[in-house]
Design a protein around this ligand. Structure first.
Ligand SMILES: Nc1ncnc2c1ncn2[C@@H]1O[C@H](COP(=O)(O)OP(=O)(O)OP(=O)(O)O)[C@@H](O)[C@H]1O
Ligand SMILES: [Mg+2]
Length: 295
């Protein structure tokens, strides 16, 4: 896969691939009531069994795009297809079963009297009997490392705890795609690592595709199969982490900074006068590259 560049002045989305794609966003635009442009001619897709990272500066449109994926926002122009069905077709009442969204602000997500009620809400709403819904909720809380919060009041949780409970609430429903907006912001390093492992497990163990919007480019480099660079409301370049993060002009153009792992390798190569051929993006690959161990 090479880097795909999109010209914002001549937007052109590839045709939908129904066999492989779970989500297809075709030149979608959204303008908020106050006239702010949230997304503009956005082209984006999510395939089966992949992790996609949306990376871009503040205000570039990542959250706005994510809020379109489960029908919370509707594009003012363009089309969005989820599992082959248009979200504009009027049949989108059950979209939340297919695409789960964990919002950037957890306060937007939690509303039930206790954590258990909150995490059980989705499974109950999907028609699961109460005992199964409770088991699904407990399993999801365990997976995010928040089983001890089960009887707490969501209002009194810390920011990080609210985020964990929000993720559990979506996980308990096992949708086909989970979109996580800034999944590790507010989290301590232990819980961040837990969420990182969970993101990988969603794909490898549960076959769930994951979209993350993140400012943590090292996290994106470690977990994502594909990086989409977002600027001014649209994806302007996309590709594998090894390609995107080793294109320093592109990263500068995106208004971002090269991930630490990549920068360390580039500094090492510069210091020793060697070509940066191996392109490690994860720490273990970096160590292997520095030691000259074949991978
Ligand atoms: N509810 C809203 N009403 C008006 N404008 C909004 C609203 N939400 C977002 N915007 C605007 O839409 C644009 C895209 O915002 P969005 O929140 O999608 O960016 P983002 O990439 O998620 O940024 P961040 O990295 O800061 O989370 C911004 O200009 C923002 O000010
Ligand atoms: Mg955002």
């Amino acid at each position: 896969m090479t880097i795909i560049r999109r010209d914002p002045d001549a937007p052109h989305c590839p045709p939908i691939e129904r066999e492989r794609e779970l989500i297809h966003v075709d030149c979608a635009s959204h303008t908020y009531p106050d006239g702010s442009v949230g997304i503009h001619d956005m082209c984006f897709f999510v395939q089966k069994n992949e992790i996609v990272a949306l990376c871009g500066p503040n205000g570039s449109g990542k959250s706005t795009l994510i809020e379109h994926l489960n029908g919370l926002l509707i594009p003012s122009k363009g089309e969005i297809w989820v599992n082959g069905r248009s979200i504009l077709s009027g049949e989108r009442t059950d979209l939340w079963k297919e695409v789960g969204v964990v919002f950037q602000r957890s306060d937007d997500q939690l509303f039930a009297p206790t954590v258990l009620d909150d995490v059980m809400f989705g499974p109950l709403n999907m028609g699961m009997p109460a005992d199964e819904a409770k088991a699904a909720a407990m399993e999801a809380l365990g997976a995010v490392g928040a089983a001890d919060l089960v009887h707490k009041l969501p209002n009194y949780l810390s920011g990080g705890q609210k985020r964990l409970v929000s993720i559990a609430g979506i996980l308990a429903m096992k949708p086909k795609v989970i979109a996580l907006d800034e999944p590790t912001s507010d989290l301590d390093p232990v819980h961040s690592e837990m969420i990182e492992r969970l993101i990988l497990n969603l794909k490898t163990m549960h076959g769930i595709s994951v979209v993350i919007a993140t400012h943590d480019l090292d996290l994106a480099a470690r977990v994502a199969d594909r990086i989409c660079l977002v600027r001014n409301g649209s994806v302007f370049a996309e590709g594998e982490p090894q390609e995107i993060f080793y294109d320093s002009d592109l990263i500068t153009e995106a208004g971002l900074k090269i991930p630490d792992t990549v920068q360390t390798y580039l500094d090492y190569c510069k210091t020793w006068g060697v070509a940066p051929e191996l392109r490690p993006v994860r720490r273990d690959d970096l160590i292997a590259a520095l030691l000259g161990v074949p991978r």
